[in-house]
Write a protein that binds this ligand. Structure first.
Ligand code: HEC
Ligand code: HEC
Length: 241
């Protein structure tokens, strides 16, 4: 542990990103840690969700790195851990998001305006404070970070595309209209209320769009892609706002 090489790494003096090149890191210009206790679920995880998880989450693991769960995020890279609890100044993750490593800035710069926005100074300060405070990542699903889903923003576009031709202003098969939140909550003639707020997974709407209803006519018209069906279920779990 105490060989000069190891301690140089631990001191954050050098970091080999992607296992290739070694760069000196000047931490003197880093924004200072936020001088108060920070809340991981409210303040840190949302940064990861907004800026990182599209490339380092369940769907893609660019650079073989995944950071949506504690287990994955804390796994060391080929050159050691990305987070050094208690020492943000020496944590490679801070160097990476602050652009202190040449060609190692995350999210990676993009030519398209607005596509890749680096962390703000404030976000880097929060991240530093969280690491200095022990980089505590609670067990289990991070609930606070879940985006609040709404009918208008998240569900209506799906239904406009797949359902409204038969369940909308022109035609309402089974008395069911999918073009408004009220219509969806009200449900249709046969099934009644399509949404069960206390049991999202057992809502007729969820059963129908996830392809589990054996009796629905034209099942292929009723089945949504798994990720959209999951979104409908999440929307109900969150109160069908
Ligand atoms: C648009 C996609 C994209 C986004 C967004 C993105 N990354 Fe990356 N990330 C990559 C790619 C590509 C690599 C691999 C780079 C390489 O190997 O040269 C990488 C590599 C990494 C690595 C290094 C893995 C290793 O073993 O060397 C870390 C750590 C990392 N990213 C953290 C982050 C963080 C933190 C964020 C958010 C602040 C982020 N990334 C956002 C694409 C992305
Ligand atoms: C091609 C036309 C068509 C499309 C597209 C369609 N449906 Fe239907 N849907 C029907 C028909 C026909 C019925 C059965 C009506 C009946 O029983 O009289 C039905 C029944 C239903 C019911 C039960 C209503 C009741 O009677 O209580 C729900 C809920 C429903 N559909 C939701 C959806 C959703 C959500 C979508 C989009 C993912 C969708 N449907 C797409 C034709 C369609």
């Amino acid at each position: 542990m105490n060989t000069p090489f190891r301690s140089a790494l631990a001191a954050g003096a050098v970091l080999a990103l992607a296992g290739a090149t070694v760069w000196a890191v000047d931490t003197s210009k880093l924004p200072l840690p936020t001088p108060r206790k920070v809340d991981f679920a409210k303040e840190i995880y949302p940064i990861f969700v907004e800026k990182c998880i599209s490339c380092h989450g369940p769907e893609k693991q660019k650079g073989k790195y995944r950071m949506d769960t504690k287990e994955h995020a804390m796994k060391p890279g080929s050159d050691g851990p990305f987070f050094i609890p208690g020492n943000s100044e020496k944590s490679p993750m801070v160097h990476i998001v602050a652009g202190l490593i040449e060609e190692g800035l995350m999210p990676p710069p993009s030519d398209k305006p607005g596509e890749s926005v680096p962390l703000t100074k404030e976000q880097i300060s929060l991240l530093r404070a969280w690491i200095d405070q022990g980089a505590v990542w609670p067990e289990g699903e991070i609930k606070m970070a879940v985006k609040e889903l709404t009918f208008t923003a998240d569900i209506k576009p799906l239904f406009d595309k797949s359902c409204v031709s038969c369940h909308g202003p022109a035609k309402a098969e089974g008395g069911f209209k999918a073009d408004s939140r009220e219509g969806v909550l009200k449900g249709g003639d046969v099934y009644g209320a399509a949404v069960k707020l206390d049991a999202a997974a057992r809502s007729p709407l969820v059963i129908i769009v996830s392809g589990q209803d054996a009796d629905i006519p034209q099942p292929e018209k009723h089945k949504l892609p798994a990720k959209d069906a999951e979104l409908v279920k999440k929307w109900i779990e969150q109160g069908a706002k």
